[in-house]
Design a protein around this ligand. Structure first.
Ligand code: HEC
Ligand code: HEC
Ligand code: HEC
Ligand code: HEC
Ligand code: HEC
Length: 208
């Protein structure tokens, strides 16, 4: 099952571990991990009830490896006005005043030897909820999925088997063309053929 040339790309530790087989006990199964946060921020209120777009706060998700956690300045776009008398908002205001970052407790964390990039998944058309569950209903954020190697591979294999296509970006408007009669005509641009998604299932795809 393990292609030796690929396996040799892995670190010694990984290769040695892999000799015991790939479906060993997952080390990263933090499913349902739901730590208490320094401020009682609710996704159910912000992303659910008030329908604030995920990427209003997690601006990196479509363009970079990390989705990112918003800094307190983003919160203050509203909370200089909204609920300023709440003790939770006063914690926020105080942190901004002292120029201290809010120490959010990290919920999801892959081990360093596994490579994951948000941009490549989000632009392939996957919704956040596919991997993070119904975040818009969560009062306190929870890791919804196991995020083990088997979990990654299941989706990669299913995507390959179903020959799913990448979303086609919206078409540019028509291009004005000169014509023999002198009346310009509008030539519609040819839509690009949708690309078949091909997520990696070889070791070096995710262990770089
Ligand atoms: C108003 C800003 C805001 C919006 C809108 C928002 N989030 Fe968040 N998100 C945060 C903050 C702040 C945290 C860190 C605190 C926490 O975990 O609750 C966070 C944490 C997370 C985490 C966990 C990060 C970790 O530590 O592993 C995920 C996943 C997440 N958000 C997904 C989403 C999704 C999906 C949506 C849209 C449905 C969304 N968020 C909308 C502000 C926001
Ligand atoms: C294909 C699965 C997948 C999708 C789709 C996905 N995520 Fe994630 N997300 C992950 C994994 C895996 C991690 C842990 C990454 C790590 O530890 O390096 C993570 C971590 C995070 C984190 C904390 C660390 C970071 O990267 O900043 C936030 C916040 C987050 N995701 C938000 C989002 C939002 C918002 C969306 C949708 C726009 C989204 N995710 C879409 C799998 C996914
Ligand atoms: C787009 C506007 C907007 C942004 C941005 C925003 N919030 Fe809010 N927030 C609200 C609204 C609206 C409420 C609900 C107020 C109510 O219940 O009357 C709220 C409620 C809250 C509450 C509950 C307060 C209480 O005592 O009931 C907390 C805590 C909170 N927000 C924290 C944050 C944090 C932290 C951020 C930044 C990560 C943030 N908010 C960003 C609009 C926003
Ligand atoms: C719900 C489905 C799904 C899950 C879960 C998922 N992926 Fe993917 N993955 C994809 C799709 C779709 C692509 C895009 C393939 C393409 O663009 O051809 C992709 C691409 C990739 C790529 C190649 C592009 C890049 O970022 O370099 C890597 C590496 C990758 N995934 C790692 C992971 C890891 C690690 C996990 C688990 C933590 C994971 N994926 C979980 C669907 C998924
Ligand atoms: C689609 C992404 C992906 C591919 C492909 C992949 N892995 Fe992984 N692997 C991960 C992630 C994510 C983890 C960390 C989570 C976990 O331990 O389940 C991991 C963990 C591991 C671990 C440590 C697990 C343990 O139990 O200690 C080993 C060893 C490993 N991978 C070997 C391999 C080998 C060998 C291959 C090729 C046959 C491979 N991986 C292919 C994503 C991947």
């Amino acid at each position: 099952m393990i292609d030796p040339t690929r396996a040799s790309l892995l670190s010694g530790v990984l290769a040695a571990l892999a000799m015991g087989g790939c479906d060993t006990t997952p080390v990263n199964n933090n499913q349902n991990y739901m730590p208490e946060q320094p401020i009682a921020f609710s996704h159910a209120v912000h992303a659910g009830h008030y329908e604030i777009d995920c990427q209003y706060c997690h601006v990196g998700a479509e363009k970079s490896r990390h989705a990112g956690i918003p800094h307190a300045g983003v919160c203050m776009n509203c909370h200089t006005q909204v609920k300023t008398d709440s003790p939770e908002i006063q914690k926020l205001t105080q942190a901004v005043k002292l120029n201290k970052p809010i120490e959010w407790v990290r919920v999801h964390r892959l081990p360093d030897h596994a490579y994951f990039n948000h941009a490549n998944h989000v632009t392939a058309g996957l919704e956040c909820q596919k991997c993070h569950g119904p975040v818009q209903e969560m009062v306190r954020l929870e890791q919804a999925e196991p995020m083990t190697m088997g979990w990654c591979l299941d989706c990669h294999r299913q995507t390959q088997e179903s020959r799913a296509k990448a979303p086609v970006p919206p078409l540019a408007s028509g291009v004005l063309m000169a014509s023999a009669s002198g009346v310009p005509t509008v030539k519609a641009p040819t839509p690009p053929a949708p690309r078949t998604l091909n997520p990696p299932t070889d070791c070096s795809g995710c262990h770089r």
